[in-house]
Design a protein around this ligand. Structure first.
Ligand SMILES: *[C@@H]1O[C@H](CO)[C@@H](O)[C@H](O)[C@H]1NC(C)=O
Length: 356
């Protein structure tokens, strides 16, 4: 009898705990949020970029680099290898060019995720860093971009046990960068939803240099996009699950010291920074539950959040674009250039809109 009662109580406690986790998980994912349309003028889909454009970065001359075709656990994707595109924002035809990959590179398994560009101030060489997940691994590819024939030259692959689940990177030199890890566990079971379901703030930011690789910031539920202030003194990290962007100060030895977190009210992904104003532009998921459910009847929407004066006492957070999934599903990045905004997605279309 005693054993039976104990068993019944154990089952009740366990169900209550699991129930609490589910409620918590749905709340974290903003599962009941309905998105109200807030479109920008003249949004048009960009040709050839209909199978995702997870990350975008635009150079000062208007050249945009775009990673396309991400395959990520739990997300929909096209059954094609990933690609890198280039788009000249100053060209009114808005025609992306697929970059030619080098012969010595495994294109079949190319699975590009976050990207970052570093322009060498001594000779203007354009270095393109790409997070890649070939064979379900996590590594970073370094290319140089050859503008004459729109091709990439592969220089090297960075791999390290601390780069076990990289989502995004921010390059600080020709062989140094910050990287976010979006999982703590890299094995199959925990690398599904279980880790997120338990809400463990165990993901981190790593600094990589040839001399040293180290964890420089930790305590994120899902460290996602990373970028820096125009003067490179502050690093910004978006945590998808806590719906904040974290502001960190860079120290001499490249460690990071937490300054503050700014609430965004959305599950934000990549961060682009306007080089002139210092404003942050974030591609966000207004309803993460729908993003992972991929139910065509309830498509995930899109949302672009802008943060002005982030380093001041009163940052201004505004919604610049929102769609309920009718036209744009799963926005991951928003990059402004010359009065236009390029909005990329995990596996759907890419929009180019006019800014108001
Ligand atoms: C997108 O993916 C589908 C297959 O899933 C393919 O048929 C289509 O050609 C792709 N589009 C582009 C522009 O690559």
């Amino acid at each position: 009898m005693g054993k039976l009662v104990f068993f019944a109580i154990a089952v009740a406690v366990l169900s209550a705990l699991i129930g609490e986790r589910i409620v918590n998980f749905r709340r974290r994912l903003l599962a009941s949020r309905e998105v109200v349309q807030n479109h920008l003028p003249n949004c048009v889909p960009v040709k050839h970029l209909e199978n995702g454009s997870e990350d975008i970065t635009i150079l000062g001359n208007g050249l945009a680099f775009i990673s396309s075709g991400l395959k990520y656990p739990g997300l929909q994707s096209a059954d094609l290898p990933g690609k890198i595109f280039c788009l000249d924002m100053q060209d009114p035809r808005m025609k992306p060019v697929e970059l030619r990959m080098p012969r010595n590179f495994d294109v079949e398994w190319f699975n590009p995720h976050g990207i970052s560009v570093y322009v060498d101030p001594s000779d203007d060489t354009i270095y393109l860093f790409v997070v890649n997940h070939p064979h379900h691994n996590s590594q970073i590819e370094l290319f140089t971009f050859v503008e004459e024939d729109f091709s990439l030259v592969h220089l090297k692959t960075f791999a390290h046990e601390l780069l076990g689940s990289v989502n995004d990177i921010f390059a600080t030199g020709v062989d140094t960068f910050y990287a976010t890890n979006d999982h703590y566990y890299t094995n199959e079971i925990m690398n599904g939803y279980l880790e997120y379901f338990l809400a463990l703030p165990w993901t981190n930011v790593v600094y990589y240099s040839p001399q040293e690789v180290k964890v420089v910031s930790e305590g994120y539920y899902l460290a996602n996009g990373i970028n820096s202030s125009p003067d490179k003194r502050h690093i910004y990290v978006s945590d998808f699950f806590d719906q904040n962007v974290h502001v960190l100060e860079r120290k001499e030895d490249n460690t990071l010291v937490s300054v503050k977190a700014v609430a965004l009210g959305s599950l934000c992904d990549n961060i682009e920074v306007d080089p002139e104003t210092g404003d942050l532009w974030l591609g966000c998921h207004p309803n993460g539950w729908r993003l992972f459910m991929s139910d065509p009847k309830f498509p995930a929407g899109s949302e672009v959040i802008r943060v002005q004066n982030i380093l001041s006492d009163k940052p201004v957070v505004t919604q610049e674009f929102a769609d309920n999934g009718e036209v744009l599903i799963g926005s991951t990045v928003a990059a402004p250039y010359g009065g236009k905004l390029l909005i990329g997605t995990a596996y759907h279309k890419t929009f180019c809109c006019d800014l108001k």
